[in-house]
Design a protein around this ligand. Structure first.
Ligand SMILES: Nc1ncnc2c1ncn2[C@@H]1O[C@H](COP(=O)(O)OP(=O)(O)OC[C@H]2O[C@@H]([n+]3cccc(C(=O)O)c3)[C@H](O)[C@@H]2O)[C@@H](O)[C@H]1O
Ligand SMILES: Nc1ncnc2c1ncn2[C@@H]1O[C@H](COP(=O)(O)OP(=O)(O)OP(=O)(O)O)[C@@H](O)[C@H]1O
Ligand SMILES: NC(=O)CC[C@H](N)C(=O)O
Length: 578
């Protein structure tokens, strides 16, 4: 029986950590070889890490990546290895090395370079122009890189038409909620349309604002899922591919005899010999390994945990500090931080003011006890009075307004940064997407922080995630009173978020339409929302772009996050909200 044992090494490599990445890669090569795999695949740009951004403009970075490739080539004995690196010829290429028995057998260059959303690959890379078919252990394998497989008339189809039985795609496909379903539908379609086995090896881990969710999968030539790795965790997924059945399926599938089909990609398909068929007798097939997909809230929560852990640890921080107000935002951030780093690395700072509800500090303390984290209490009254006294002469003829509110938020930001400087704990920012969108946040105040864990999480989802985490815990880890209290910044007597903003249940769908779907004001009003409200929300979003440009980075979990996903000018006369 024609069979291929394939290992998909879903690893968490770190941008620029060549030593660490080579170690991780060689460990996985050894494990895959020990498991009897014919072929082990690693994600797109696994050697330099993804995305390396403007490091690609430095020749020292490219050199280090090529030296790391040489080490991996030397370490590749007794197995074929397919791995992403940066190739340098007259131009740079997002490339894949095909290695066997300590030799570089061939190099594939990514053809479709994504240049939308968070991707900027045309800034650095030249597209490839050939899609060879590699004979690996007697099996015809078509290799491609991430975006290449998203086109139904792209390299996968060209390779399958040329005789490839297995389509192997190595990827660095970033997460947003629900994307995995979309991706799997596309991969399943690619398998059935080409009557080929499709193996997809994805990156896992956090890199600045992106989280790569892993979830590597294999579909057989009839579109059946035959293997799936865990989401948000490293894994070496090993599966036996029944290549014999591709031949039989093709014989029986008349669609396969598609003469004169118009393919978008007209690259040549040379045959390249990598390794001969195995000589040993056929092995018993390994049992199928299919990890079930996570449900929606659990998926988002895990993305936040992984993004936070990798940002903090990959940047060399031993701990974090969070301002605990007794509200949902800071409570959720603290819970995520504890799940990411463990309770000993997370610290809370409680900073009551004259406007804080008496119970706020109790709620914050209760949360900290539940999470097992240490807290400090520093009231801001003295500092606030000192500010007001210092400004009293200058502000003599003015009335109290948002200025005094912001001073409190700024005192808190300063105190958090003081603890950060003194103890080396990064400040975790607690702003959610609804606030970030509307600018309902104080510049240099509660906008302080090194990393914004929930900046892409709308407030209504913040509540859902708190409830999800409590369900997981089996008790009110985040006190019920925190989830049920009326949201307030507590910066003036009796303040409520709804003094300035609509209810979050109304606000969030408008923001989704305006920010994520780029709908115009008229279109949103036509959806049935109150015209004045839509205009007001659009205006708030438009005029607070300057704040977002100064805001800390944070985890993308929606199809369109603020940041490189949504590049709006700050200075603009095009204001739909007037
Ligand atoms: N285009 C532009 N480019 C650069 N800078 C620009 C600018 N437009 C204004 N600015 C500057 O920004 C300043 C205004 O921004 P800022 O000082 O932040 O103040 P502002 O946006 O006026 O007020 C902050 C609002 O956020 C609310 N808040 C604060 C803290 C926490 C929460 C919460 O619930 O979490 C809510 C607070 O109640 C208030 O309504 C201006 O005085 C000006 O200096
Ligand atoms: N009394 C406080 N003690 C400690 N930190 C505070 C306090 N008040 C505000 N903060 C910090 O400033 C952030 C902004 O909080 P604020 O209470 O203004 O509104 P919020 O966006 O509703 O947040 P939360 O739901 O966490 O209360 C908080 O998440 C918290 O990190
Ligand atoms: N790295 C890539 O080429 C990723 C592009 C791809 N369409 C994705 O989002 O998964």
């Amino acid at each position: 029986m024609k069979q291929l044992r394939i290992a998909l090494a879903q690893i968490n490599s770190t941008v620029g950590d060549f030593k660490g990445n080579v170690r991780l890669i060689t460990e996985n090569i050894l494990k895959a070889r020990a498991a009897g795999a014919d072929l082990v695949a690693f994600p797109e740009l696994a050697i330099p890490g993804y995305p390396p951004e403007d490091l690609l403009l430095k020749s020292s970075f490219i050199d280090a990546n090529l030296r790391a490739l040489e080490e991996i080539v030397t370490a590749s004995k007794g197995i074929s290895v397919v791995i992403g690196f940066v190739d340098r010829k007259e131009e740079l290429y997002n490339a894949t090395a095909i290695i066997h028995e300590g030799k570089l057998a061939s190099i594939y260059h990514k053809i479709y370079l994504p240049n939308y959303g968070v991707f900027d690959e045309k800034r650095y890379f030249h597209p490839g122009s050939s899609c060879p078919i590699y004979e690996i252990s007697g099996v015809n394998v078509g290799i491609s890189v991430c975006e290449d497989i998203w086109y139904d008339t792209g390299p996968a189809t060209v390779q399958a038409s040329g005789g490839a039985e297995v389509i192997l795609n190595i990827s660095a496909s970033p997460y947003h909620h629900g994307k995995h379903h979309f991706r799997e539908r596309m991969l399943g379609a690619r398998a059935t349309d080409n009557v080929a086995i499709v193996a997809f090896c994805n990156l896992v881990g956090g890199q600045d604002e992106l989280v790569f969710d892993g979830g590597s999968v294999i579909f057989d030539e009839q579109g059946n899922l035959i293997a799936r790795a865990r989401q948000f965790e490293e894994e070496l997924l090993i599966a036996d591919l029944d290549v014999e059945s591709v031949f039989h399926s093709r014989l029986q599938d008349p669609r396969w005899r598609k003469e004169g089909q118009q393919l978008e990609c007209d690259c040549p398909t040379d045959r390249i010999m990598v390794s001969a068929p195995r000589q040993d007798s056929p092995r018993a097939m390994l049992p199928k390994q299919i990890t079930p997909l996570l449900e929606s809230d659990s998926e988002v929560y895990k993305a936040l945990v992984l993004g936070t852990r990798d940002y903090i640890l990959k940047n060399g921080f031993g701990g974090v500090i969070i301002g605990l107000s007794g509200g949902v935002d800071s409570s959720l951030v603290a819970a995520v931080a504890v799940d990411a780093l463990g309770p000993k690395s997370v610290h809370g700072l409680i900073m009551p003011s004259r406007f804080s509800a008496p119970l706020s500090a109790d709620y914050a303390a209760k949360l900290a006890t539940n999470l097992g984290i240490k807290t400090f209490t520093v009231p801001i009254e003295k500092a606030y009075t000192a500010y007001l006294d210092s400004l009293s002469e200058v502000f003599r003829d003015t009335k109290p307004d948002v200025t005094e509110e912001n001073i409190q938020a700024r005192i808190r930001g300063t105190l958090l940064m003081a603890l950060s400087n003194k103890f080396g704990w990064m400040v975790l920012n607690t702003g959610n997407k609804s606030e970030v969108a509307t600018g309902y946040t104080t510049l240099y105040g509660d906008m302080a922080g090194g990393y914004a864990v929930i900046k892409d999480v709308p407030k209504t989802l913040v509540y859902r995630l708190c409830r999800y985490r409590n369900n997981q815990a089996g008790f009110d880890l985040i006190p019920d009173a925190v989830i049920n209290r009326v949201p307030s910044a507590e910066l003036r007597p009796g303040q409520k978020d709804t003094d300035t903003l609509p209810e979050y249940e109304v606000l969030d769908p408008i923001l989704l339409a305006y920010v994520e779907e780029d709908k115009g004001v008229e279109q949103i009003i036509a959806q049935g929302y109150e015209p004045e409200l839509v205009v007001k929300v659009a205006r708030l979003v438009d005029v607070s772009e300057y704040k977002r440009r100064q805001a800390p980075p944070g985890i993308k979990i929606t199809p369109k996050a603020f940041g490189r996903d949504r590049r709006e000018p700050i200075t603009s006369k095009f204001r739909e909200g007037g």
